[in-house]
Design a protein around this ligand. Structure first.
Ligand SMILES: Cc1cc2nc3c(=O)[nH]c(=O)nc-3n(C[C@H](O)[C@H](O)[C@H](O)COP(=O)(O)O)c2cc1C
Length: 373
C-alpha cells in the first residue's frame, strides 16, 4: 500500500513525499500585490512538503478578489516572487502558484474594477474590501463572447509570469465559487452562446483557461483545483456528474499534470473522478473548510481510495514541519483562526517546529540502595 512518505513523479518533478500544502490566502502582500520577505520565510518554512501550492494569486487586477493578495500580472510582480521561490528551492522544496480569478466575488473598492462574470447575477453576500470593511457584492458585468475568450487567455499570461518568477508550475483555481466555477455552474452561467447552456458548453471556459496555461508553460506544469458539486459563494451545479465527466475529458485531452479535488460528501462520485482521471490526483479531504482540518487518517483513507497526493490546509498553517510530525506521530498544533487574514508575522511565521521532549530523568533515589547512607 502506498504511504504518504513514498515519492511521486508529478510531470517532470520528483516529489519526495505525497503531502501537499493546500492553497491558502493569507493576505500578507503589499497593497499593490507584491510578495514580501515574510512570505518567502513562510513558504520556505514549509518546504519539506512534497508540493507547496501558493495562496490564491490574481492573474489580473480585474481578477483580484481580496485585499492584500499578491498578483502575477506584471514583470515586476514576477521578479518580486523570485526571493520566495528561491527560498523554497534553497530549502529543497517545489512550489506551484495558484491562479485565482474572483469573477463576481470581487468589489471595485479592492482593485478599482467592476467585477465580471458569465452572467450579471449578483452574489448575495458581503465581501471584505479593506479599510472600508464589509460591503455588499455588486452586480457583476456579463462578459461578451469575445471578452470571455480573452479572459481565459489571461491565465496563460499569468502562467508565463509565474514561471518567470521561478514557480515550478501553476494551479488554476477552478473551485470554491470563483470565475472558473461560475462558468461551470448552472445558476450564475445563464449564457446562450458557446460558453453557456449544456455541460459541454459550460466547461469551455475552464478548458480554454487550462489550454492557455499549457500553451504558455507546458502541460506538465499545469494543474487545476475543482470542487465538484461545491456550493461555496452561492454555486449550484445541477448536473455535476455529467459536467465533471465532460470537464475531465477536456482536461485529459490537454494532458494536464493534475487535478486537485476538494472532497465533497459523495465519496463514490469522488472515486469515479479518480478513476476517470489519467494523471496525478490530489485529494483535499477537508473540502470546503469543513468542521475540522484534514488529518493523517483522512490522508491514509484517500491514498487507499487511489489519490496520489493528499493536501493539508489548516494543519499547514500551524505546523510548518507537518511532514516530519506525520512521519513521527508527533502531536499537531492548532491554528489560530483570528490571524488567518490579519496581516503581519504573528500567526504566520511564529508557529514553532515540534521539539521531542527529553527522555524523562530517572527519579531521584531510584535504583536499589542508590545514595543510601
Ligand atoms: C485561511 C484559509 C485560506 C484559504 N484560501 C484558499 C485559497 O486561496 N485557494 C483555495 O483554493 N482554497 C483556499 N482555502 C481552502 C483550503 O485550501 C482547504 O481546501 C481547506 O482549508 C480544507 O482543507 P483542510 O481541512 O486541510 O484545512 C483556504 C483555507 C483557509 C483555512
Amino acid at each position: 500500500m502506498t504511504s504518504l512518505f513514498d515519492s511521486h513523479q508529478l510531470g517532470s518533478l520528483k516529489l519526495p513525499n505525497r503531502v501537499a500544502m493546500a492553497p491558502m490566502t493569507r493576505a500578507r502582500a503589499t497593497t499593490d500585490g507584491m510578495p514580501t520577505a515574510s512570505m518567502a520565510t513562510y513558504y520556505a518554512q514549509r518546504a519539506t512538503a512534497g508540493l507547496l501550492v501558493s495562496e490564491g494569486v490574481q492573474p489580473s487586477l480585474q481578477g483580484q478578489s481580496n485585499p492584500y493578495t499578491p498578483g502575477l500580472h506584471s514583470p515586476e510582480q514576477a521578479a518580486a516572487w523570485r526571493p520566495v521561490t528561491d527560498a523554497v528551492h534553497t530549502n529543497g522544496g517545489r512550489i506551484f502558484a495558484q491562479l485565482m480569478h474572483g469573477g463576481r466575488v470581487a468589489h471595485p473598492e479592492v482593485a478599482g474594477y467592476v467585477p465580471v462574470a458569465p452572467s450579471a447575477v449578483r452574489l448575495d453576500a458581503e465581501l471584505f474590501t479593506g479599510p472600508k470593511g464589509l460591503l455588499p457584492a455588486p452586480v457583476p458585468r456579463a462578459l461578451s463572447t469575445a471578452e470571455a475568450a480573452a479572459e481565459a487567455r489571461v491565465f496563460g499570461e499569468a502562467a508565463r509570469h509565474a514561471v518567470d518568477g521561478g514557480f515550478d508550475g501553476v494551479e488554476l483555481h477552478g473551485a470554491n465559487g470563483y470565475l472558473i466555477q461560475q462558468f461551470l455552474s448552472t445558476n450564475v452561467n445563464r449564457r446562450t452562446d458557446a460558453y453557456g447552456g449544456p455541460a459541454a458548453h459550460r466547461v469551455r471556459f475552464a478548458v480554454e483557461a487550462a489550454e492557455a496555461a499549457v500553451d504558455a508553460i507546458g502541460a506538465d506544469r499545469v494543474g487545476i483545483r475543482l470542487s465538484p458539486g461545491g456550493t461555496v459563494w452561492g454555486m449550484a451545479e445541477d448536473d455535476a456528474p455529467e459536467l465533471y465527466a465532460a470537464l475531465l475529458d477536456g482536461l485529459a485531452a490537454l494532458d494536464l499534470a493534475y487535478i486537485h479535488v476538494l472532497v465533497g460528501d459523495d465519496e463514490d462520485a469522488m472515486v469515479a473522478l479518480r478513476k476517470a482521471w489519467p494523471n496525478t490526483f490530489i485529494a483535499n479531504p477537508g473540502g470546503q473548510i469543513g468542521p475540522r482540518p484534514t488529518t493523517h487518517a483522512d490522508a491514509e483513507h484517500w491514498l487507499g481510495l487511489g489519490a496520489d497526493l493528499v493536501s493539508f490546509g489548516r494543519a499547514y498553517i500551524a505546523n510548518p514541519d507537518l511532514v516530519e510530525r506525520l512521519r513521527t506521530g508527533a502531536p499537531l498544533s492548532e491554528d489560530d483562526k483570528t490571524t488567518w487574514y490579519q496581516g503581519g508575522d504573528t500567526g504566520y511565521l511564529d508557529y514553532p517546529h515540534h521539539v521531542p521532549s527529553a527522555e524523562p530523568l530517572p527519579e531521584a533515589g531510584a535504583g536499589a540502595g542508590a545514595g543510601a547512607a
